[in-house]
Design a protein around this ligand. Structure first.
Ligand code: CP
Length: 303
């Protein structure tokens, strides 16, 4: 069975195939054709052990636009609360003739673990601080849409790199496509040996933003943060937050991205999030086409 467990496990050719397939689905959606019959005989379970707005809804929409049957599972309202294990939970769902599982889980590697124990295609919708592959794909797809190509683009990822699955998947995806990548954030929120992934660390936000074409602004992952970590939210905003005056004072006009959810006034102010330099809602729009492409390509290996 084929899975999408992380960008680490795919290659540049896979990414280009996903993008070409997503181009097709985006074009179909833009022609107001909101449903295609491709996956009429496929059933998909979206199982979420962590909160989500964008990923959960766009997977569900992508699946419905492909005419798949869809069931949704939220751990908080399930028998997980009575002590049922992950494998038992998923095997019970699969016994209802489900073909594919889209899973978000707080534990890094949960998707990899599951893929070794159950017979279904697994799509990782975010596993702890490990990977969020479809987010990285939709981010790169959005850069490609804006600039025509990802190769050679200068991208800085700003924020809590240590706890961010979005950062790690983006680094893998951007490097595979030949982008230049820097990371910028507090030293306490920077993984040790991050340079071994082929990225440069820049702790001065102004220098980082004057260098880049695109800044991907991440939120602090408070839910994964040890209380002893510096800095406080206020200190973080002072050193790494971007407001409109700061953006306007840069040497060039850069593109602002954010995976969401935004903590307005912390990592970016509203007038940055909603500015003409922001492509944040384009990222969300592209998420549906990317997820349609991923599911379509994986399902073609099941049938
Ligand atoms: N970007 C992202 O994963 O958002 P959600 O947590 O709302 O799905």
């Amino acid at each position: 069975v084929n899975h999408l467990l992380g960008i680490k496990y795919i290659n540049e050719k896979d990414i280009q195939l996903i993008f070409e397939t997503a181009d097709h689905f985006k074009e179909v959606i833009n022609r107001s054709i909101k449903k295609v019959p491709s996956l009429r005989d496929i059933t998909i379970a979206n199982i979420f052990f962590e909160n989500s707005t964008r990923t959960k809804l766009s997977f569900e929409l992508a699946e419905k636009r492909l005419s798949a049957d869809v069931i949704n599972f939220s751990a908080g309202q399930s028998s997980v609360k009575k002590g049922e294990t992950l494998i038992d939970t998923v095997n019970n769902i699969l016994s209802m003739k489900v073909d594919m599982v889209v899973m978000r889980h707080p534990n890094p590697g949960a998707g990899i673990f599951l893929s070794k124990h159950v017979k279904a295609a697994i799509v990782n919708a975010g596993d702890g601080a490990h990977e969020h592959p479809t987010q990285a794909l939709l981010d790169s797809f959005s850069i490609r849409e804006k600039f025509g190509d990802v190769a050679g683009k200068k991208v800085v990822i700003v924020g809590d790199i240590l706890h961010s699955r979005v950062a790690l998947s983006n680094i893998f995806a951007l490097k595979l496509q030949g982008a230049q990548v820097k990371v910028c954030g507090p030293k306490t929120l920077m993984p040790k040996h991050i340079e071994s992934l082929g990225v440069e660390v820049e702790t001065d936000l102004r220098k980082a933003l004057n260098w880049c074409d695109v800044a991907n602004m991440l939120r602090i992952q408070n839910e994964r943060l040890d209380i002893s970590y510096f800095p406080t939210t206020r200190e973080y905003t002072q050193q790494f937050g971007v407001n409109k005056a700061f953006l306007d004072s840069l040497d060039k006009e850069i593109v602002i991205m954010h995976p969401g959810p935004i903590n307005r006034g912390v990592e970016i102010t509203s007038d940055v999030a909603d500015s003409k330099q922001s492509i944040i809602l384009n990222q969300v729009e592209n998420g549906v086409a990317i997820r349609m492409a991923v599911i379509y390509l994986l399902a073609s290996k099941i049938k």
